[in-house]
Design a protein around this ligand. Sequence first.
Ligand code: IPD
Ligand code: CA
Ligand code: CA
Length: 265
Amino acid sequence: MELGVSELGKFAEGIVRAAGKLLLKLRKEPLELEEKADFSDLVTVVDRAVEKFLVESILERYPEHGIVGEEGIFEDERSDFATQWIIDPIDGTTNFIHNFPFYGISVGIVHKGVGIIGVVYNPSTDELFYGEKDKGAYVNGVALRLNKPIQLKEALVSTTMMWEDWRTKESVHSSIIEIYQKTRGLRMLGGAAISLCEIAKGTLNAYVMPALSTWDYAGGVIILKEAGGTITRLNGSELSLEKGGSLLAAHPSIHPDLLKIMERV
Ligand code: IPD
Ligand code: CA
Ligand code: CA
């Protein structure tokens, strides 16, 4: 692993890779699906097994750390942990179920309110994204940096805006249509965590979402920031790793243009 990566980071990377192996092994068995909030909000036995594996691995090595996980495996009610892991065992469960290779295991580590390490692993492509505060972002050890400016008309943008009550909101429709008209293309790919990493890689150039939980974006946000990306709420306000909400993540040169379009949503 490259110079400067901390012990904690190496450990996080190791358990996320191991969790990916577990996921691929379990994927070979028939998947039982369970609906959560509605028919499009799914969870599988693999989501729970991956989170359980991560929680047990973390607590064995760092019993003093806190964990916030989507599937709620960690049960300590305290909220005053100095170091907290924010875990989405599978971000993009629908893609995972459909064998659409755009999903990831996402881990963000926050120390005293500051995001310090992000690890997102896509087991189907074997790409591991890593970001550490002030030490850069990497995919499989190769540095990621958004150096070259781009224009909005060259950008490929991803969203799942047409979601829940947002799908009937007129201001959402007009903003999405404007993005569609002013960019090279608009995609609805799912997978918040991987979307953020793909922006760091330059495959996508922006991702806009009306509402997300912290586990959907914590890992990806830390990685994308280290790669030089700009991330705010849809109204331009500062993002929090403690409370979920909307997201406007983009290559820095097109973030202001997208903000102008999304602000009115
Ligand atoms: C979901 C994915 C999806 C986004 C949803 C998330 P999950 O996470 O990131 O792309 O549109 O809002 O909840 O349920 O697959 O972990
Ligand atoms: Ca998620
Ligand atoms: Ca999930």
